[in-house]
Ligand binder design. Structure first.
Ligand code: SAM
Length: 340
């Protein structure tokens, strides 16, 4: 009898030759901040608790997708640490998946007490959303006077030598005025400071052209002050940020420009909303409910894996959706419901 070999596992890829190795896992849609760019005029309803994926279900999903090529998992939200048990989930992720690149995106307000754990699980990096280093401006943008707590978390992460990436949404009239503060952080510390273009997310989005600041303008302002040198980080990681080192300084500057200079052709990511729906593209409202499958004892891991492989084939080009949008918003959900 001829020896039987298992067929090779087919990774998660699409018709455009993109392969997915990165999963963004939204653990909650709830957040303790009220950032202006993350709100919309539409009535906002939180996902009811019973519809939120259990941590065990998320672990099972990671167990299914890791052999399909997912190497990096980012916890996001809402604010991940608003959800009870997030610490234990991180710990379980590390226990179950020793080689997984685990990351987290946080507003930093609740992070300080978890830094020890992040160190123990060897988190790959922490992305901190900080839109301003001025107390009053921070409060005006986020609705809360919590900048000091964020800065304490940042200091603690840096003291533990955990890589930090600071994300700031580029807002007209705010970010340009603060360019020196951002630059001071990027020159003093070994961190990435990345400016993200304001995206028109959510029905009745508060986005409008007068609040939009193209990141090219911020780069021009920075280049008047320091010498930037393009780095090949983006090509290496397939990430959306164009990164620059600052000659003679510790940190780096980056820009993420979905509107003015898109990066869809290298997109390597899948998103899972906290209610357990797969989103193939940030800008595409089509979602695929995995929760019923995960909760059906008759559905096997193999069946879910095959379904995911089929779905991934259909991943759209987000930029086409952005260009073709009718009205202002590109998607019905705001970012806190998707996870950024
Ligand atoms: N609470 C966490 C945080 O603050 O980072 C994670 C969730 S938050 C939705 C993820 C990222 O989305 C943040 O960096 C935030 O600044 C960004 N974001 C939210 N709405 C945005 C928008 N309309 N345009 C661009 N970035 C946005």
């Amino acid at each position: 009898m001829s020896e039987q070999t298992d067929p090779p596992v087919q990774n998660l890829g699409d018709a455009l030759g993109r392969s997915m190795n990165y999963l963004r896992l939204s653990v909650t849609d709830r957040c303790n901040l009220r950032c202006s760019y993350c709100q919309s005029n539409a009535v906002h309803e939180y996902i009811p608790h019973e519809k939120i994926l259990h941590y065990e279900e998320m672990l099972r999903l990671v167990r299914i997708v890791q052999p399909l090529g997912i190497e990096k998992v980012r916890l996001t939200g809402g604010e991940p640490f608003v959800r009870k048990g997030c610490d234990n989930f991180l710990w379980m992720l590390r226990q179950n998946f020793p080689s997984l690149d685990i990351r987290i995106t946080s507003n930093g307000t609740l992070l300080e007490e978890h830094v020890g754990l992040l160190k123990r699980i060897e988190v790959g990096a922490v992305n901190l959303s900080i839109d301003s280093f001025d107390n009053e401006t921070f409060a005006a943008v986020t609705g809360r006077h919590l900048l000091p707590r964020v800065l304490t978390s940042m200091d603690k992460l840096l003291a533990e030598k955990i890589p930090v990436k600071i994300n700031a949404v580029a807002l007209r009239g705010i970010t340009e005025r603060e360019i020196d503060n951002f630059l001071a952080v990027a020159t003093m510390y070994d961190v990435d400071v990345r400016f993200i273009e304001f995206m028109p997310m959510g029905s009745d989005t508060l986005w409008n052209a007068s609040r939009f600041c193209p990141v090219s303008e911020l780069l021009a302002l920075i280049s008047q002050r320091v010498t930037l040198r393009p780095s090949n980080e983006c090509a290496r990681t397939g990430g959306p940020a164009r990164m620059f080192s600052i000659v003679g300084k510790k940190g780096r500057i980056g820009v993420i420009s979905p509107l003015s200079n898109h990066f869809c052709h290298t997109c390597n990511r899948l998103r899972l909303t906290s209610e357990g729906s797969l989103r193939l593209c940030l800008f595409d409202d089509q979602e695929y409910a995995l929760r019923p499958l995960l909760r059906d004892p008759a559905v096997s891991d193999q069946e879910i894996a095959s379904y995911l492989r089929r779905l991934t084939q259909q991943k759209p080009l987000g930029y086409d959706l952005l260009r073709a949008r009718k009205g202002t918003a590109v998607a019905r959900r705001v970012m806190s419901g998707i996870g950024g």
